[in-house]
Design a protein around this ligand. Structure first.
Ligand code: NAP
Ligand code: HSE
Length: 442
């Protein structure tokens, strides 16, 4: 019997696409012997045919027509590695409509069009795999859909953006300036084409939305989350947090209260106690703590961005896709929306802000004059916000002070009301910075 050939088409040959090309070429013989097929990197689509590539690829295999790769009858597996939600959506839907398997690293697309993509896969007889969309090389999608299938998840929190963790780590260890570290993260291939997606928290929100879907069976739109980035975190915040015993990490936090059946998804820079495992996950690494009712808490750490880590996740999906093509078997709960939706349970709703509890860190620049602290205290008292500590240091401009408050337990409604009242005070200069304190009980 002749060995079957599985043909792979790549849409996109940038950081991730070239990683897939490089590692699939290098490990092809080993993969072929494990999977019992021949693997052929059939075609690759790019935007600019003249661009120099780090991988060797015959010109005959390159095209600037991604749609042609997605619809090529010879191609069995389409890897969508373009990014964005325009052409990427088009090629994904076109391939699924033809019953093909799509492997994607595109969290932005999945977050905004996940329901449509799963419906298209079901209708066209195709399948959609997305291990590389969250946490780079960490197999967190497999962990949630397979390894932890017995569990219900009250808490999932994690560092999901390599670029932000790289920036915060370098700021913390070296006091390096934000802009130059971001430029470095871009040159290392960690950042999105539009880096505001990273630093403003949107990329983490896209990934949080995917994890929330896997764990709880509903798509939470980013406009129903709290999404705050790291772009306003300063070396002063990092130093003050360290003095208080915390590191600052950009976290996604997904909480489910099974008694009230309420879910909440949020993304924000967080003060994490230094003795927490994730407080010590540094550089481009991601880390995720998943608390399941059967297993307890499991923690996953690994490179969250970059060519090689992401290629590892894409190739793992390609291997699953080959198994599906050769055996007809879908891995447990894979690519099938219905199996995740079962996790929502009846009447799952998003928690209102007053049900989202926490402690807070507030930094503001204030006029350094009598009565200012009293005005601020009046506002916090009115909102039943109890102050835990106050740190005041000199600040720019002259006659201004930097005031940092930490609070006892309160909730998102109270802190929002406090923030908007503080912003209206003439003695508060500029917009106060709010950070959350992450006292998670794993
Ligand atoms: P990238 O380096 O910007 O690569 C994008 C690729 O798409 C390039 O090869 C580009 O062609 C091609 N492309 C763009 N527009 C096209 C068009 N109209 N027609 C044909 N090809 C087109 O991006 P990346 O970092 O590899 O990211 C790709 C995807 O993976 C994104 O969804 C991203 O969010 C996701 N991801 C990235 C990482 C990471 O660490 N970089 C990690 C996980 C997930 P040219 O090369 O000719 O410009
Ligand atoms: N820009 C993303 C990050 C790539 O830095 O995490 C990996 O998804």
């Amino acid at each position: 019997m002749s060995t079957r050939t599985i043909r792979i088409g790549l849409c996109g040959l940038g950081t991730v696409g070239q990683g897939v090309w490089k590692h699939l070429s290098a490990s092809r013989a080993q993969l072929e012997s494990r999977l019992g097929v021949k693997l052929e990197l059939h075609r690759a689509a790019v935007r600019d045919l003249r661009k120099r590539r780090a991988v060797k690829i015959p010109a005959s295999k390159l095209t600037d027509d991604a749609r042609a790769v997605a619809t090529d009858p010879k191609v069995d597996i389409v890897c969508e590695l373009i990014g964005g939600t325009g052409l990427a959506r088009e090629v994904t839907l076109a391939a699924l409509a033809r019953g093909k398997i799509v492997v994607s690293a595109n969290k932005a697309l999945l977050c905004s069009h996940g329901a449509e993509i799963f419906a298209a896969a079901k209708k066209g007889g195709g399948h959609f795999f997305f291990e590389a969309s969250v946490a780079g090389g960490i197999p967190i999608i497999k962990a949630l859909r397979e390894g932890l299938v017995a569990n219900r998840f009250r808490l999932i929190y994690g560092i999901l953006n390599g670029t932000c963790n790289y920036i915060l780590t370098r700021m913390s260890l070296e006091g390096a300036p934000y802009a130059s570290i971001l430029a470095e993260a871009k040159s290392l291939g960690y950042a999105e084409a539009d880096e505001s997606l990273d630093v403003e928290g949107w990329d983490t929100a896209h990934k949080a939305s995917i994890l929330a879907f896997l764990a709880h069976g509903v798509w939470v739109r980013t406009d129903r989350m709290i999404v705050e980035g790291i772009d306003r975190v300063t070396p002063l915040d990092i130093r003050t947090a360290a003095t208080l015993g915390y590191g600052i990490k950009l976290l996604a936090v997904i909480t489910r209260d099974f008694a009230s059946n309420e879910l909440f998804v949020r993304v924000h820079p967080t003060l994490l106690p230094k003795d927490k495992v994730l407080a010590n996950v540094n550089g481009v690494f991601n880390g995720i703590a998943v608390s399941g009712d059967v297993v307890g808490t499991t923690t996953y750490i690994g490179r969250g961005a970059g060519q090689d880590a992401t290629a590892s996740a894409v190739i793992s999906d390609i291997a699953d896709a080959v198994t599906l093509l050769t055996t007809g078997k879908v891995v447990a709960m894979g690519g099938d929306a219905a199996s995740f939706q079962g996790r929502a349970g009846r009447r799952l709703r998003l928690a209102p802000p007053e049900h989202v509890a926490g402690r807070y860190y507030l930094r503001m620049t204030v006029k350094d004059q009598p009565g200012v602290l009293a005005q601020i205290a009046q506002i916090t008292a009115r909102n039943r916000l109890s102050i835990a500590s106050v740190i005041q240091t000199a600040a720019e401009p002259a006659n201004a002070a930097s005031l940092i408050l930490t609070t006892h337990q309160s909730n998102e409604r109270a802190i929002r009301a406090t923030l908007s009242a503080l912003a209206r005070l003439k003695s508060v200069l500029g917009k106060p910075l709010l950070l959350r304190i992450g006292d998670f009980t794993d």
